[in-house]
Design a protein around this ligand. Structure first.
Ligand SMILES: Nc1ncnc2c1ncn2[C@@H]1O[C@H](COP(=O)(O)OP(=O)(O)OP(=O)(O)O)[C@@H](O)[C@H]1O
Ligand SMILES: [Mg+2]
Length: 374
């Protein structure tokens, strides 16, 4: 999959931009606060319909303007398609277009795939369980649109059940109403756990391979889904549903006392171990960086196997932080097959790429191509 041209109108600090990208490598250099991350954000916006930096879309509109648009002409399965997302400030309205025709979000997302790597990703290893669940959920949503639906169904049921627990406390133990919420929660929750275990298992194996190469076989990474519901690896969905239902029933008393649901996928976690030691507790900065890099490389391979094409890789401010060995590893893995956009304050280390790409200078919301022959 390739992005041929990126289009922006009143997006962040860009008034207007029409930028032809290199099919392999695109390096964006510039001082701080010039618009490098904004560019990657815009492509992420076209791919997913949302920003990775903010929930409030009004921030995306150039100050003083009414609306913004981000679009891309992409090439997938040898077909060209023009994708566009627009956002109108006053009506808070977001619209999706494919080849000039408005389409629903469900039909839009999944056409362009990106894998994003930013310095914030480092929090996946040491951050809260919620950060890790969110990380995994986002990956699954991208390869399986039905999962997003299950996820919001589950969250809705969970809110209702918690409301009930809070309002009625002990009075509702063994009531028909709670029993009905238990059944619904177990059904939807089991789908989430099964899918997460399945995807994480595959992602974990791919990451383990990358990680082994990255560390010269010195460290061994294991990635596991952590849940109180099912102990065995990759259990069937109906088995998880039964176990979850039973656990909900057994915990009713306790949950009524605290007024919230204590078991289920919203309490699960991902466990990373390096040489059998818990990475959340013991990994150094460098080890965390290597772990995340291995996960990102795994994400690329996972998307390729699920969607048939390599995604676009967006590296925001992370390349210059890598040492020689890791840079070479990244380059070997992506060169010639994964179109990549890299940002940084200098082009340092980028010449390690063998195949020539394009270098752009970003300054105050304008992008200039730097011709190497001049
Ligand atoms: N809606 C908006 N309208 C106009 N300008 C905006 C808007 N949102 C952000 N900006 C400006 O965009 C600039 C930040 O751009 P960006 O985050 O892309 O910087 P950067 O080049 O990645 O910098 P750094 O190297 O520090 O990461 C800031 O100067 C900010 O004020
Ligand atoms: Mg930036």
């Amino acid at each position: 999959m390739r992005v041929e041209t990126l289009f922006l109108r009143n997006f962040r600090n860009y008034h207007y931009l029409e930028l032809d990208l290199d099919p392999n490598l695109n390096i964006f250099v510039g001082a701080n606060a010039q618009g490098k991350t904004n560019l990657l954000e815009s492509l992420f916006f076209v791919a997913t319909g949302r920003s990775f930096r903010t929930k409030s879309e009004e921030e995306l509109v150039l100050w003083g303007k009414e609306s913004c648009a981000a679009g891309a002409r992409i090439l997938h399965n040898r077909q060209s398609e023009k994708l566009y997302v627009t956002y109108q400030l006053e009506q808070r309205k977001k619209q999706y277009f494919s080849n000039g025709l408005e389409v629903k979000k469900s039909a839009f997302s999944g056409r362009l795939h990106v894998v994003l790597f930013t310095p914030e990703d480092l929090t996946v290893v040491k951050g809260s369980p919620q950060t890790r669940r969110k990380y995994l959920d986002e990956i699954i949503c991208r390869i399986s649109p039905l999962y997003a639906y299950s996820l919001s169904r589950y969250q809705h049921i969970l809110r209702q059940r918690n409301q009930l627990l809070k309002t009625y406390r002990e009075k509702i133990i063994a009531s028909a109403e709670l029993a009905s919420w238990n059944i619904q929660l177990a059904r939807e929750g089991a789908k989430l756990i099964a899918k997460r275990q399945f995807v994480l298992h595959r992602l974990g194996l791919l990451a383990r391979l990358s990680h082994r190469k990255l560390t010269g076989r010195e460290e061994s990474l294991a990635v596991n889904y952590q849940t109180n519901i099912a102990k065995e690896i990759l259990p069937k969905t109906d088995m998880i549903e039964q176990a979850l239902l039973q656990a909900l029933r057994e915990n009713e008393k306790k949950e009524c006392r605290v007024g919230q649901t204590l078991i289920g996928p919203h309490r699960d976690d991902i466990n990373f171990t390096l040489n059998n030691k818990n990475a959340r507790l013991y990994a150094s900065q460098g080890q965390q960086r290597t772990l995340i890099l291995a996960l990102k490389m795994a994400e690329i391979e996972l998307i390729k196997s699920e969607c048939g094409e390599f995604p676009i890789l967006l590296l925001d401010d992370v390349f210059s932080e890598l040492d020689e060995r890791r840079r070479h590893f990244v380059i070997e893995n992506i060169e010639g097959k994964v179109q990549t956009l890299i940002t940084g304050t200098t082009a340092e280390g980028m010449n390690a790429f063998k195949k020539a790409g394009k270098i752009f200078m970003v300054q105050r919301g304008e992008v200039k191509y730097i011709d190497p022959h001049r």
